[in-house]
Design a protein around this ligand. Structure first.
Ligand SMILES: Nc1ncnc2c1ncn2[C@@H]1O[C@H](COP(=O)(O)OP(=O)(O)OP(=O)(O)O)[C@@H](O)[C@H]1O
Length: 287
């Protein structure tokens, strides 16, 4: 059974169709990346899944049960959001205790161990935290909640490179020790690409791709060389992006690796190259 399922879900804000007839099944115990350009509908989708807003059409279920005002199901989900929702006069350690009220499996020892690793002082009040430490604090609460489903909306906002690296490591460790469903919505695609098992790409309120990152990367490649020869190579092939510099051309293709024609490329004196997830995303979501 899908951990989260959206069926024919649409949501409008005034004249803006934020989600257009979305069908999506999130399998349990996988790490998903929810990727989309600004205004694509990521937050709307996550807000619907967590019952913060309600769809105009369609159904949203968790483990087969509708999420609408379903506290039992909603307590299975921890949603780390960008905004500051915690009472800012409380100390970090008080929020750890407070979280336990809603998430009975909240692990204090683990939360404190993570705080130590990140150098977060749990005696500080929320309002005293810097931007980076505010994100770290929220990420720690999310990881230690032990919820069945954890959703991160831009979890690494303001984190320095070392802390981002530590966050990804701890996330993987947490997932390996206690497999769970994780959704990460982020614009820092290249950084997160090693962590993700599946990518969900949303564009203008529609899911345009949902695929294993490994499969996706193995079916994408670049071909470059003399423009005319590149044109010859790509005839009848699935091109998703191209760049021309004078006589030189580089195209990105997305198709079954079986269709990759090494012999033809050699005859035409063309070069193959790998495509990174971020570049693929740019190609898929441009225009
Ligand atoms: N409360 C609201 N009132 C009016 N329009 C809204 C509201 N919330 C979202 N929208 C619109 O719905 C669309 C999708 O917004 P959403 O916040 O889901 O995008 P996003 O993918 O999370 O974007 P970003 O990456 O910029 O955070 C946008 O056009 C946005 O302006």
């Amino acid at each position: 059974m899908a951990a989260i399922k959206l069926e024919n879900v649409s949501k409008k804000f005034g004249n803006t169709l934020a989600l257009n007839n979305v069908n999506l099944a999130i399998e349990p115990n996988k790490i998903y990346g929810l990727l989309g350009r600004n205004g694509a509908g990521k937050t709307t989708l996550l807000n619907l899944v967590t019952n913060k807003i309600f769809q105009d059409q369609g159904t949203v279920t968790i483990n087969g049960e509708p999420v609408y005002e379903n506290e039992k199901m909603l307590n299975k989900v921890f949603y780390m959001v960008e905004e500051d929702l915690y009472p800012e006069h409380l100390k970090v350690k008080q929020i750890f205790s407070w979280t336990k009220v809603f998430y009975s499996k909240m692990d204090f020892d683990y939360a404190n161990a993570l705080a130590q690793k990140f150098g977060l002082d749990t005696n500080k009040k929320v309002k005293q935290l810097s931007t980076g430490y505010n994100s770290i604090f929220k990420a720690i609460v999310a990881l230690a909640s032990n919820a069945e489903i954890i959703i991160f909306d831009e979890p690494i906002l303001g984190l320095d490179a070392n802390h981002r690296d530590l966050f990804y490591k701890e996330l993987i460790k947490n997932y390996s020790n206690h497999p769970k469903t994780i959704i990460i919505s982020t614009h820092l695609i290249e950084e997160v690409s090693d962590v993700l098992e599946e990518a969900i790409v949303i564009k203008e309120g529609e899911i345009i791709l949902k695929q294993s990152v490994e499969e996706l990367l193995s079916s994408a490649y670049k071909v470059s060389g003399e423009s005319e020869k590149v044109n010859q190579y790509i005839e009848g092939k699935e091109v998703i992006g191209e760049e021309t510099m004078g006589q030189y051309k580089e195209v990105t293709l997305l198709e079954s690796s079986k269709k990759k024609n090494e012999t033809l490329a050699k005859d035409l004196n063309l070069e193959f190259g790998k495509v990174e997830l971020q570049k693929l995303f740019i190609n898929l979501t441009n225009a």
